[in-house]
Design a protein around this ligand. Structure first.
Ligand SMILES: CC(=O)[C@@H](O)[C@H](O)COP(=O)(O)O
Ligand SMILES: NCC(=O)COP(=O)(O)O
Length: 249
C-alpha cells in the first residue's frame, strides 16, 4: 500500500503489550516467566515502549509488576486501565508516561469494544483532567466511530487508540471505518494509535495509515514468541510494519 505523497511519512512506534507473559506466570502462581524481564527483552529487540493493562481483577498484570516496570524499564510505559477511582489513584502514584483508558467487563475474555466516551463524557472528563494535570499523556481506547472520536477531543484526551479487534476478525467495512477515523482524529488534533488482535498477517494495512504513529501489540507477539523467541518475533513485526509504512507492502 502506498502512502499519499502529500502526507508526510511519520515514524511508527511499536508498543509491546506484555500482559500475557503475566498470564502464563500466574497459571502456576510463581515468578516465571517474569513480565519485567520480558519487557526488558522486548526493548532490547526494538520495542519503542511497553504496554501493560492492570485489570481490576488483576488476572494478569499486578500492581507490583507496574511498580517494577516503572523502576526498571527506561522505555515509555503505557498503563492500560479502566476509568475507576482506584485506577486513577494508582496511575497518579505511578506516573507512567501514558495511560490508555479502556472499557472493562469482568466476565470478558478480552477487551470487547471501545470506550463509550460520548455516553460517559461527564464521568471521564475529570479523570482525564486529573491524569493530564499530573503530566500523564491520556489515550482513550475507542471504536472507529465518529461520535467517539469527536467526544475524545472534546474532553481533552491527547491520543485515541483505535480498537482494531473487529478489523482483525475480518468484519466487512471495518478497515474503511478505521481509515476515516484516523483521518478525523488527526484533523481534530489527536495523536492516533491503534491496536488489538494485530498479527503479521493483518498489521500491514493499519501500519500504512499515515496518521497512525503507534501500534500496541501483545497477544500475537507473546504467542508467536513460543515458536520463534521474543527478539525474532518483535524483529519480524517491526519489519512488517516498516514495509507497509514505506509502501513496500
Ligand atoms: C485493551 C487491550 O486491548 C489490551 O489490554 C489487551 O486486550 C490485553 O489483553 P486482555 O484483553 O486479554 O486483558
Ligand atoms: N491496546 C491493545 C493492546 O495493548 C494489545 O492488544 P492484543 O495485541 O493483545 O490483542
Amino acid at each position: 500500500m502506498t502512502l499519499s505523497p502529500a502526507f508526510p511519512v511519520r515514524a511508527l512506534r511499536l508498543g509491546v503489550n506484555i500482559d500475557h507473559v503475566a498470564t502464563v506466570r500466574n497459571a502456576r502462581g510463581g515468578t516465571h516467566p517474569d513480565p519485567v524481564a520480558a519487557a526488558m527483552a522486548a526493548v532490547a529487540a526494538g520495542a519503542d515502549g511497553i504496554t501493560a493493562h492492570l485489570r481490576e481483577d488483576r488476572r494478569h498484570i499486578r500492581d507490583a509488576d507496574l511498580a517494577r516496570l516503572r523502576a526498571e524499564i527506561a522505555a515509555p510505559l503505557n498503563m492500560e486501565m479502566a476509568a475507576t477511582d482506584e485506577m486513577v489513584a494508582i496511575a497518579l502514584d505511578l506516573r507512567p508516561h501514558a495511560c490508555c483508558i479502556v472499557p472493562e467487563r469482568r466476565a470478558e475474555v478480552t477487551t470487547e469494544g471501545g470506550l463509550d466516551v460520548a455516553g460517559q463524557a461527564a464521568a471521564l472528563a475529570p479523570r482525564v483532567r486529573a491524569l493530564r494535570e499530573a503530566g500523564i499523556r491520556v489515550s482513550l481506547f475507542v471504536d472507529p466511530d465518529p461520535a467517539q472520536i469527536a467526544a475524545s477531543a472534546e474532553i481533552g484526551a491527547a491520543v485515541v487508540e483505535l480498537h482494531t479487534g473487529a478489523y482483525a476478525e475480518g468484519r466487512v467495512g471495518e478497515y474503511e471505518r478505521l481509515r476515516r477515523a484516523a483521518a478525523q482524529a488527526d484533523a481534530a488534533g489527536l495523536e492516533v494509535h491503534a491496536g488489538h488482535g494485530l498479527t503479521y498477517g493483518n498489521v500491514g494495512p493499519i501500519a500504512a495509515l499515515p496518521q497512525v504513529v503507534e501500534l500496541n501489540i501483545g497477544h500475537f507477539l507473546i504467542g508467536q514468541a513460543i515458536f520463534d523467541g521474543l527478539a525474532a518475533t518483535i524483529g519480524r513485526m517491526r519489519a512488517c510494519m516498516d514495509a507497509a509504512r514505506n509502501g513496500a507492502d
